[in-house]
Every structure is written in structure tokens, then in C-alpha cells.
Ligand binder design. Structure first.
Ligand SMILES: NC(=O)c1ccc[n+]([C@@H]2O[C@H](COP(=O)([O-])OP(=O)(O)OC[C@H]3O[C@@H](n4cnc5c(N)ncnc54)[C@H](O)[C@@H]3O)[C@@H](O)[C@H]2O)c1
Length: 306
């Protein structure tokens, strides 16, 4: 037998940006972020929950697209978001159809504005159409801004299993627009904070202490404190992916999955009635108790976390 091993190294940039009101006429962040060959097409997929909560969003996005010099607007599409859109391949299929009909090629951009579930579906559509189209995420929930949206995974559920079909694909960019953060229902604004607690616990003790010190303000959803929490969590998350040594999770150690083993199972067992954020809250509590009971964490620390 003979042969040769070829070492293929892939270098890519994971761009994370923070802004406010990205689609206002004065905001040039997106125009400056995207490269164009003079006629790059842009299509924007919007989660219906976000479109409902921000009734002028679609018109503003279309207006912004028309004003982007060097780009060709392919308009907006609104689809039902939430866990519903990951349950089967229907939303994914419609997204592929739309991408094909709009003539989106590998020089073009697919932008998605939505919660973690919808970003997962459109991310999978973009990663697989033409074997990968440049994808820009606009996460709109606390959980998506501080965790899922800044990751490099996408997927849909299949065979009763969470995220059974999906890919690892680094997005072209992730834009956390704080207007979406503050515009969501209070319950979702609060629920996603658990992912910041998780990443602080596994990566940054100083951040955990900061969260403890700001607990009252976070409980009141004080806007600036929430923004700082989201920003620190998102950057820690992205930094772990970029510098943690295993961006595509080929090894067995997955620190960012703290609290997620039980969470995914609970979501499955409740037929996804339990939200991901709430399931992670329970999962983090469970893993904290396991850590304490197996002697890896002292009782006082465990009680502080709980
Ligand atoms: N790809 C990853 O690495 C990764 C990591 C963690 C979680 N996830 C996935 O993320 C999903 C959970 O995401 P989520 O917590 O963002 O919830 P979600 O996407 O299910 O959204 C919840 C609801 O809120 C609506 N919504 C979204 N943004 C809104 C806004 N600003 N205002 C009003 N309504 C809004 C949506 O339409 C939906 O009905 C799960 O499917 C989970 O598996 C993915």
C-alpha cells in the first residue's frame, strides 16, 4: 500500500459586531462590513416573530438594501420562526427554493434576522446551497445574541433528535443589534442570560463575579447591564471557538455544553414545549449539583451558582 497525507489548513475570520439600529439610513456598519464585486446580491430572511414585534422592520430593511452601493437587492422573505421551523425540513426547503429563484451565488449574501432556531435553519440553507453562501446572522433574542448566534453551527431536528441534521460553518459575520435585544418579550430577554452565566462559569471567573455584583440590575433587565452581559458573553463564546483548539468539536471535551446534556434531552422529552433557554437553566443547575456531589465543586460555590 502506498499513499500520501495532505495537510489542508483552513483559515477563516469570525466577525462579531455590536451596533444599534443597523437598518437606519445613518448606520453604515453593514455596508462597510460586506465586500462586493460591484454586483453582489443580498437577500434577507426574517423570522416572523421579529417581523411581528417590529412592524416597520421589513420596509426599513428593503429601503436599506436599495441604498447599498455596489449591491443588488433581492428583497426580504418572512417565515415562521421558533422551534417550529426546525421540526421538519419544510422551512429549509422553502429557503433553498427562495435562494435558487433569487439567483443567489457564492459572491452573494444571505442575511438572516431572527431567534436561534430560525438562524439555525437559514444557516443550514446558506451552508448547503452552492456548497456555501456567505451568511450574515442578526440574532434577535438574548440567547441568540449571547450564545447560539455567535457560534459556528446550524441545523434542524430530525428522527426526534435535536440538531440531527446540520453543519459546522463559520458565518461571514454576526451582528448583534441591541434594538432587537430590548424589543423582545421580557420572558425571553431574561431567559437567555443563563448562557452568559454558563460561559462565565466555564471560562471566566471574573465575569461570573461581575454577574453576581450586577445581579439586581440584571434582574431588573437594566438595558446597559444587559448589553454588557450579552457583549462579554458573545466575545467569550467566540474566543473559545477561535482559540480553544477545537472549533468544530471533533474531540470529546465541549466546555460550552455545560448544562446542555440534560437540556437537549429535556427539550426532546417535552416535544420541545420547554424552551432551550429554560432547559439550559435546569441543565446548568443539574451539572452544578453533579459537580458538587462528585466532589469537584465545594458546597458554598454550588449554592452561589444555584
Ligand atoms: N447553532 C448553535 O450553536 C445553537 C446553540 C444554542 C442554541 N441553539 C438553538 O437556538 C434555538 C433557541 O433560540 P432562541 O432562544 O433564540 O429562541 P427561538 O429562536 O426559538 O425564538 C423564540 C421565539 O421568539 C421570537 N423572537 C425572536 N426574536 C424576537 C424579538 N426580538 N422580539 C420578539 N420575538 C422574537 C421567535 O419568532 C420565536 O417565536 C434552539 O433551537 C437551540 O437549539 C443553537
Amino acid at each position: 500500500m502506498h499513499g500520501k497525507d495532505f495537510d489542508i489548513r483552513i483559515s477563516t475570520t469570525h466577525r462579531i459586531r455590536f451596533t444599534r439600529d443597523a437598518f437606519s439610513v445613518q448606520n453604515r456598519m453593514l455596508i462597510d462590513l460586506l465586500e462586493t464585486n460591484g454586483h453582489a446580491k443580498v437577500i434577507v430572511f426574517i423570522d416572523s416573530g421579529v417581523a411581528d414585534a417590529f412592524p416597520v422592520l421589513e420596509a426599513r430593511v428593503n429601503d436599506y438594501l436599495e441604498r447599498m452601493p455596489g449591491f443588488v437587492s433581492r428583497g426580504t422573505v418572512v417565515q415562521t420562526g421558533g422551534e417550529f421551523c426546525k421540526r421538519d425540513a419544510d422551512t429549509l426547503q422553502t429557503a433553498w427554493d427562495t435562494i435558487e429563484q433569487a439567483g443567489i451565488d457564492r459572491h452573494s449574501y444571505v442575511i438572516c434576522i431572527g431567534g436561534g432556531a430560525y438562524l439555525d435553519v437559514i444557516g443550514l440553507a446558506a451552508a448547503t446551497a452552492h456548497r456555501g453562501i456567505r451568511f450574515v446572522r442578526f440574532p434577535t433574542t438574548t440567547l441568540a445574541q449571547d450564545d447560539s448566534g455567535v457560534g459556528v453551527k446550524n441545523g434542524i431536528n430530525a428522527y426526534g433528535k435535536k440538531n440531527f441534521l446540520g453543519t459546522f460553518a463559520v458565518p461571514y459575520a454576526v451582528v448583534n443589534d441591541f434594538v432587537f435585544l430590548h424589543g423582545q418579550p421580557e420572558i425571553d430577554r431574561r431567559a437567555g442570560i443563563v448562557e452568559a452565566v454558563k460561559v462565565a462559569l466555564v471560562k471566566d471567573a471574573a465575569f461570573f463575579h461581575w454577574i453576581e455584583d450586577h445581579c439586581d440590575k440584571l434582574t431588573q433587565l437594566h438595558p446597559h447591564t444587559l448589553e454588557e452581559t450579552v457583549e462579554r458573553s458573545a466575545l467569550l463564546h467566540a474566543s473559545h471557538i477561535a482559540y480553544g483548539g477545537d472549533p468544530f468539536e471533533t474531540g470529546s471535551s465541549r466546555p460550552l455544553d455545560f448544562g446542555h446534556w440534560a437540556a437537549h434531552k429535556m427539550e426532546q422529552l417535552t416535544d420541545f414545549e420547554l424552551s432551550h433557554a429554560d432547559a439550559v437553566g435546569v441543565g446548568v443547575a443539574l451539572d452544578t449539583i453533579y459537580s458538587w456531589k462528585t466532589g469537584r465543586l465545594d458546597e458554598t460555590s454550588a449554592m452561589r451558582i444555584l
